[in-house]
Design a protein around this ligand. Sequence first.
Ligand SMILES: C[S@@+](CC[C@H](N)C(=O)[O-])C[C@H]1O[C@@H](n2cnc3c(N)ncnc32)[C@H](O)[C@@H]1O
Length: 374
Amino acid sequence: MNNYFATVARGLEAIAAQELEQLGAKNISPDFTGVHFQGDKALLYRVNLWARTIFRVLVPLAEVKSYNAQQLYRSVQKLDWTEYLQPDMSIAVNCTGKNNNLNHTHFTALQIKNAIVDRQRDQYGERSDVDIKNPDLLINAHIHKNHCILSLDSSGSSLHRRGYRPAMGIAPLKETLAAALIAMSEWNPDLPFLDPLCGSGTLPIESALIALNIAPGLYRQQFGFQTWLDFDESLWQEIRQEAEAGKLFELSEPIRGSDRDLDIIEQAEDNAINCGLAAQVEFYQQELAEIEAPADKGVIICNPPYGQRIGNTEELGALYKLLGDIFKQRFTGWTAYVLTGNKELSKKIGLRTSRRLPVYNGSLPCTLLKYELY
Ligand SMILES: C[S@@+](CC[C@H](N)C(=O)[O-])C[C@H]1O[C@@H](n2cnc3c(N)ncnc32)[C@H](O)[C@@H]1O
């Protein structure tokens, strides 16, 4: 069994741990902005393909001393990378974290890259090229106090980049956060789903992927592990084909998104087309004030603007009040979830919350508010 570390957004550790358990991970242990787990190579591929709430899956290789740049360089140079890296492979190093002497992540990454390629030059007389965009081997370095954890990044680019969303409305949710909000809600595919402020459609699309048992990674062109020396193409194809074969084609209940902005609704439709879900997810232009419940029960999840990035607090007060009025008057029997980063605005909804779940949207502390509408 190998050790793995899944990186996640702050606050989503428990949800990601649940997801890893469902995917068959062993010895799962949530940490700050990540989850440690164990498994074999098939699990590594499966998590990359199926994870909905995880950013990256790292394979930790070594922990070295890194009091300052010289010590980091010397410690990394002592490591033998030949099992993972040959001079004809390109590399890139991503760094997170800092200490007093290593407080610029680019500089730290450069020390690590130099140590690795200098050792290669001594060993082989040649060295790997650096390719920031598409490296054959992406190394992740995390500085914590006077130590540096070096890992291989099996995902390559972050898994929230599903590949279906070139088009983005204003302030779109990350796909991983949308999937986590859905997992935190009590929605399941046997209930209608509605986002009346859907923007580029992230929440309805992520719900549809769940309802249709579609692995989000099926839309991606490339994962980091595919250019590794130990890449097992036939195992990967088997896992992909299993996922293709398990796809469903019909929703049992409707999944809808609406927004007042026609351009943004067109983006949402494009995103649904990119997923092959244009016939399943319904998007339409509609003012919130005009909305009616499409069924006598269901789940609403939405993230109204909250003044930090778009809109202005006074104007938004009216929108939050309207949201509360509409929930109360037209959505009896439904459960509604509102993600907001603005406490004052959330009070304008004027309904009693039955749960308040803390989550981060990027670096912004937010709350997912739950309303049971009797
Ligand atoms: C923060 S964005 C939602 C982002 C979305 N979750 C995504 O991932 O792209 C809020 C959306 O609410 C829409 N909106 C604001 N006021 C509205 C209203 N009165 N009726 C309908 N939509 C409205 C905006 O057009 C905007 O797209």
